[in-house]
Design a protein around this ligand. Structure first.
Ligand code: ADP
Ligand code: MG
Length: 341
């Protein structure tokens, strides 16, 4: 755990981290993934401002690291402040501090030792205690925006805020099937993936049995020229049959190196892969996880990291289109009734 130097901090794209409850969930889940968690359990009460709790079985933190983690611009992830070599999801070192600014945050963590540490942040009070917990980390965030009334008022209706949360988590669940990810809302289970690594299993857990039956998996590699170099691109995921279509393109989910991203060009490439199998104005339901060498990706172009810049984006999009078209051409596409997803 180190403090980033000023210059590195300044080079990190500015931006408010915590704009709504879904952003809190996103940051906490990304931290859990970065910590190598095999299992992540998320609980949300109400619209998320009441309570969000994310528990993982990742590598945890020492007592010293835990106390430092809630401070601004502290990260364990950026080797030598080198923004060109980022392989983890986080790297700005500001999520926990930003969340603690606008909520009451309790972090309980154990890095494998006999005792866990709990760090509670409430306004400017930081309390560090020892606690009981097995290896891993739990972060609980209560009373989000209690000290930001304007932000609290600008939130959408509770059902809409929760939908954003469940939509983001569904993306992680579908695109990181090696992680067992569960979501509970007001004590009721929404979904829980088994963490088997199979995209089909994750789709079954998120979409339900009937819809998952109408899908095929994709597992391909391609070589793409990036400047003078060749980049190996891995493409894995799940594609609903063209019998399952949507009016909105939001059901095409794409991740680049484990991070769900919003890159319209990649979405459109998935659409093109379905080609004439799709009726004109309809979109498919698909989750596609791309892996690229880190040097071919610049994740630092948007404050929420949701957009990434790809080098050779057109070539990558072509590879996506081809892989999707190939996977569908070998699938058994007996047309059947549209299925709710
Ligand atoms: P960043 O993720 O950008 O480094 P954060 O504020 O999100 O910044 O987290 C600060 C640091 O706290 C991380 O670098 C990591 O060392 C530690 N940390 C946060 N969450 C977890 C977790 N769930 N498991 C282990 N370590 C964590
Ligand atoms: Mg983080």
């Amino acid at each position: 755990m180190r403090r980033l130097d000023r210059e590195t901090v300044d080079r990190i794209a500015a931006g408010e981290v915590v704009t709504r409850p879904a952003r809190v969930v996103e940051e906490l889940v990304e931290n859990a993934l970065d910590a190598g968690a095999a299992r992540i359990d998320v609980e949300v009460d109400g619209d998320g401002t009441e309570r969000i709790r994310v528990a993982d079985d990742g590598r945890g933190m020492s007592a010293e690291a835990a106390a430092m983690a809630v401070e601004r611009h502290t990260t364990s992830k950026l080797p030598d402040g080198d923004l060109t070599a980022v392989e983890t999801l986080g790297f700005r070192g500001e999520a926990l501090a930003s969340i603690a600014d606008v909520a009451r945050l309790t972090l309980t963590t154990n890095d494998g030792g006999p005792r866990a540490t709990s760090v509670r942040v409430d306004a400017d009070d930081v309390t560090v205690d020892s606690a009981g917990r097995g290896r891993g980390t739990t972060v609980e965030v209560r009373d989000l925006f209690h000290n930001r009334p304007a932000r609290a008022e600008s939130l959408a209706a509770p059902a809409t805020e929760f939908e954003r949360i469940s939509d983001r988590l569904a993306a992680y669940a579908l695109l990181r099937p090696e992680v067992a990810l569960s979501l509970a809302h007001d004590g009721r289970r929404i979904f829980a993936t088994p963490g088997s690594g199979a995209f089909a299993d994750a789709a079954l857990a998120v979409y339900g049995r009937e819809a998952a039956r109408e899908s095929t998996t994709l597992d391909a590699t391609a070589t793409v020229s990036v400047g003078d170099d060749d980049a190996a691109v891995g493409l894995r995921g799940v594609l609903a049959y063209p019998s399952v279509t949507r009016a909105s393109a939001d059901h095409v989910r794409v991740a680049v190196n484990g991070r769900p991203v919003s890159v319209p060009a990649l979405r459109r490439a998935v659409d093109r892969g379905y080609g004439s199998l799709l009726p004109g104005d309809r979109h498919p339901v698909a989750a596609l996880a791309l892996s690229l060498p880190p040097w071919a990706v610049d994740p630092n172009v948007h404050p929420t990291k949701e957009r990434v810049a790809l080098r050779a984006a057109d070539a990558v999009a072509d590879a996506v289109e081809d892989a999707v078209a190939d996977a569908l051409s070998t699938a058994d596409l007996r047309r059947s009734a549209d299925v709710a997803m």
